[in-house]
Design a protein around this ligand. Structure first.
Ligand SMILES: Nc1nc2c(c(=O)[nH]1)N[C@H]1C(S)=C(S)[C@@H](COP(=O)(O)OP(=O)(O)OC[C@H]3O[C@@H](n4cnc5c(=O)[nH]c(N)nc54)[C@H](O)[C@@H]3O)O[C@H]1N2
Ligand SMILES: Nc1nc2c(c(=O)[nH]1)N[C@H]1C(S)=C(S)[C@@H](COP(=O)(O)OP(=O)(O)OC[C@H]3O[C@@H](n4cnc5c(=O)[nH]c(N)nc54)[C@H](O)[C@@H]3O)O[C@H]1N2
Ligand code: SF4
Ligand SMILES: [Mo]
Length: 799
């Protein structure tokens, strides 16, 4: 028996786990890690099942190759050789990559997906980001100049939280990394704070709130515009940060009286106005909008309005308001002004965002003949047949590819179309660091988990992706993947030493390289990022030290080590990317101004080894982080807008042209007639998108893949038992679940079900139906290209 500690990789809450294993390396127990200063012992049923998931007998343990419709288990060398042949037959521009959600949860995904995408020599880069949070990146890019500058609600200190389209009691939070989100919400109420939840369903989160606002799906932008209008009309604005475009914003909001907006969202005008007044009056408040407000036709406008309200009420970059985390491990920062639409998709002409094209366009790019048609596809940790809009069409399209390779532990709805499947090792065989998620954490915190179990005679996922990158760039299946790490490290260190004012300016890259420790390329790169980061051994400073770092706020010019991490740029960035699920083009929010201070702070706010003061050589590195196996608490969030802003004006842009131009569409929708029934999604605590349905304890109990509908609607339509649901793109038959927790005129179906063609035995018994048969890939949020999953018009009939 032994005990190991590791961060849970299954959702964004980054809980510390304490794992007990027997002598054979089998997990006997998983508990929350009480000594983790961030998660403090919190765990959910998914984390508790990590052992079952990890030891799932249906996981692939060796590569598979498909020949004449038959799957064959082959050696790694044979599998990579097959990939080399498959990719060689297709020129770069006709290759594509799809990066799924778990890339944000593995070191391999965050460090190697970006170089892999670049090595393919294509602009056909797709990811789950355009089925998720791309509107938030676009609005952050346009407002703050950096698509990763996403403020998070300061959960532990706020006194008023307006939450829209999020259900953290089931999801445990998203773009807001907060282990024990439920406990933090209860604490907010216990200290006298107020929680208001806007959702078409009375979710568990809404039930916990002081106030639940039922709003029609897809109309949050109207609701928020009505609030902005009220703030201006009643002279309640209190802007405390440098801004541009205030007058244009007021002008844009002019037509959106609470009365006009009320008609669209179904929220009474008096309530809209009151919410605005409450938000303005609260001593510190935050507005937070998540997936329910992203995957809608006005996704980017909604995300913009969320932060507009944070600015107008004086809550941006203020303790208790909406704040920018300062993660420990950072890569180079973008320098060029943020823009979308640098290129467009071939068939529909949809704009690129963050170097990616919308996943809603993937099927047509495979199907439509012509120069640049996608003929070969790489998928990493994705199941777009179930997760992308219009999934049935994508299912058919994938079948027509000349070559497809998937890096995935399962043979499932998507990977069954691959010619080669390369399985990653078990979770417990991989080291873990949350490069992406810690950039959205409600406290600054860092934790490295070394592998719990050794890896025998097989490549790590990092090595798999590195090798694919070498193959794609023509270096051959035999080349040592470690060369890629050395290349990336060399470029990053050269850039750092060559940057005037950098703390390592003028030093010898080889000397710095020799200081790095780690047994894998991923560890070496983490070490470099920690050392170059804001608390790093190479000149960063820990907070709480000498107070002098406050003087750094606003020093936006000290952009040390900056290097463009653009898709078109040749230089491989150290960081891969942040929140975007393996897409590229963006990198983590800025450490710049803090590097290079003399007199490092002392005393990390954690347990164990203290940090000395003085030289700056005792800051974070992989070695110092290893001394905190339960994680290192760096402290509450601090004001840092000055070092975050990357706009040309040096101010927060309240009315970027791209966005105000789209307001016309919102205005047109004021007079629009709503469709009688619209579809929305739903998440459950014991599920995770499409891939945790093969773990018996997580799928037991009553069927969760049901269509929720208000009992009065069900009665009017005569729906009992099963219903046929039709949309513009498809139809399916599903079990009806009448419940008064959902608004009239709205039906809800979870996504990620509809298991077919998978070798997952348990999942096959709980197959369910795929919500994405009904979602329509022809409709996107035009500014971000994001898929529309909420507010999909449907008709219903008894089966
Ligand atoms: N209708 C509707 N559709 C939605 C949504 C919705 O709310 N409604 N939500 C959207 C959102 S937010 C997202 S993020 C997407 C998710 O979209 P995807 O990322 O495409 O789908 P997942 O179901 O997360 O699939 C993850 C895949 O990764 C594999 N996997 C798991 N762990 C690992 C690993 O460590 N390494 C590798 N290589 N593979 C691994 C799994 O076997 C699975 O095949 O779905 C979107 N689709
Ligand atoms: N247990 C579990 N946890 C997960 C996941 C999972 O599948 N299962 N997925 C992970 C992923 S990939 C993500 S992105 C996050 C997402 O995390 P959350 O954003 O918290 O996602 P949901 O739980 O789907 O909550 C979205 C809510 O929006 C509501 N909603 C739908 N349409 C609208 C609308 O138009 N307006 C408003 N205001 N509300 C609307 C829905 O009813 C739902 O309650 O969760 C992550 N965590
Ligand atoms: S809340 Fe998320 S991170 Fe925490 S144990 Fe559950 S799945 Fe893991
Ligand atoms: Mo997601």
């Amino acid at each position: 028996m032994r005990t190991a500690h590791r961060t849970c990789p299954l959702c964004e809450a980054v809980c510390g786990l304490t794992i007990t294993l027997d002598d054979g390396g089998r997990v006997t127990r998983v508990r929350g890690d009480d000594a983790d200063p961030f998660s403090k012992g919190f765990i959910c049923p998914k984390g508790a099942s990590l052992g079952r998931l990890d030891e799932d007998p249906d996981r692939l343990s060796a590569p598979l190759v498909r020949r004449d419709g038959e799957w064959h288990q082959v050696s790694w060398a044979e599998a990579f050789a097959a990939v080399e042949r498959g990719l060689a037959a297709v020129p770069g521009p006709s290759r594509a990559i799809y990066l799924g959600n778990p890339n944000a949860h593995t070191m391999a995904g965050t460090l190697y997906a970006s170089p892999l995408a670049r090595s393919l020599g294509t602009r056909q880069v797709f990811s789950a980001s355009t089925a998720d949070q791309m509107p938030k990146h676009v609005s952050a890019g346009l407002m703050f100049g950096d698509p990763l500058a996403i403020p998070v609600p300061d959960l532990d200190r706020t006194g008023y939280l307006l939450m829209l389209g999020a259900n953290p009691l089931e999801s445990n939070g998203s773009l807001c990394t907060a282990p024990d989100f439920p406990g933090r919400l209860k604490a907010l109420r216990a200290r006298g704070g107020r929680l208001v939840v806007v959702d078409p369903r009375r979710t568990r989160t809404a039930a916990l709130a002081d106030e639940h606002v039922f709003a029609r799906p897809g109309t949050d932008a109207h609701l928020l515009m009505g609030m902005v209008h009220t703030l201006f009309a009643e002279k309640l604005t209190d802007v405390r940060v440098p801004v541009s475009g205030l007058d244009e914003l007021e002008e844009a909001a002019r037509n959106f009286t609470p009365e006009a907006c009320a008609a669209v969202c179904g929220v009474p005008a008096a309530q809209i106005a009151r919410l605005a007044r409450e938000l303005a009056a609260a001593p510190e408040a935050a507005v937070y909008g998540r997936i329910g407000t992203c995957t809608v036709e006005f996704g980017t406008l909604t995300q913009w309005l969320v932060d507009v309200l944070n600015v107008l009420t004086g809550n941006l970059d203020r303790p208790g308001g909406a704040m920018f985390p300062r993660p420990a491990a950072v890569g180079p920062r973008r320098r060029k002004p943020y823009a979308t639409g640098r290129w467009h998709s071939r068939v529909r002409g949809l704009p690129e965002a963050n170097g990616e094209l919308p996943v809603a366009a993937l099927a047509e790019e495979i199907e439509t003949p012509g120069e640049g048609r996608i003929r070969a596809l790489v998928t990493v940790a994705g199941n777009p047949v179930l997760s992308a809009p219009g999934g049935e069409r994508l299912d058919r399209a994938l079948a027509g590819l000349e070559f497809m390779v998937s890096v995935d532990p399962y043979l499932n709805e998507t990977t069954r179309h691959a010619h080669v499947i390369l399985p990653p090792p078990r979770v417990l065989q991989s080291g873990h660091y949350d490069f992406a998620l810690l950039g959205f954490a409600v406290r600054d915190y860092a934790r490295y988990s070394p592998p719990v179990l050794p890896m025998a005679d097989r490549p790590s996922e990092s090595e798999i992706l590195a090798r694919l990158a070498m193959i794609a760039s023509g270096q051959g299946a035999e080349t040592d993947p470690a060369l890629l790490d050395e290349l990336i490290l060399d470029q990053a260190l050269r850039a750092a030493v060559g940057t005037p004012g950098s703390p390592v300016e003028g030093r010898d890259p080889a000397e710095l390289r020799a200081m790095l420790t780690g047994t894998t390329g991923a560890e070496l790169r983490l070490d470099a990022m920690l050392r170059l980061g804001p608390y790093g051994a190479w000149g960063g400073r820990l907070p709480y030290g000498d107070g002098a770092q406050d003087a750094d706020l606003g020093a936006r010019d000290a952009d040390h080590g900056a290097q463009d991490a653009d898709l078109s740029a040749q230089d491989a960035d150290l960081s891969a990317q942040g929140a975007d699920h393996g897409g590229q083009g963006a990198d983590h929010g800025g450490q710049g101004a803090d590097l290079g201070g003399q007199g490092a702070g002392s005393g990390v706010n954690g347990t164990g080894a203290g940090n000395g003061s003085g030289s700056g050589d005792e800051g974070l590195s992989l070695a110092t982080l290893r001394a905190y196996p339960h994680g290192l608490d760096i402290g509450p969030l601090r004001e840092r807008l000055g070092e975050v802003l990357r706009t040309a004006s040096g101010t927060v842009e309240l009315a970027p042209e791209t966005i105000t131009a789209d307001v016309a569409r919102l205005r047109d929708a004021l007079g629009r007639e709503a469709s009688p029934f619209v579809l929305i999604g739903r998440r459950h605590l014991r599920s995770n998108n499409s891939w945790m349905h093969n773990v018996a304890p997580l799928v037991g109990g009553s069927n969760r893949c049901t269509l929720q509908i208000h009992p009065a609607d069900a009665a009017e339509l005569g729906l009992t038992g099963e219903a046929v649901v039709r949309s513009a793109s498809g139809k399916l038959t599903v079990t009806v679940e009448p419940t008064d927790t959902i608004m009239r005129g709205v039906v809800s179906l979870p996504h990620g079900w509809g298991h077919a063609g998978s070798t997952q035995a348990v999942a096959a018994e709980h197959a369910g139906v795929s919500a994405n048969v009904l979602t329509d890939e022809s409709v996107v949020d035009p500014l971000s290209g994001n898929a529309v999953f909420n507010g999909v018009p449907v008709t219903l009939a008894p089966a």
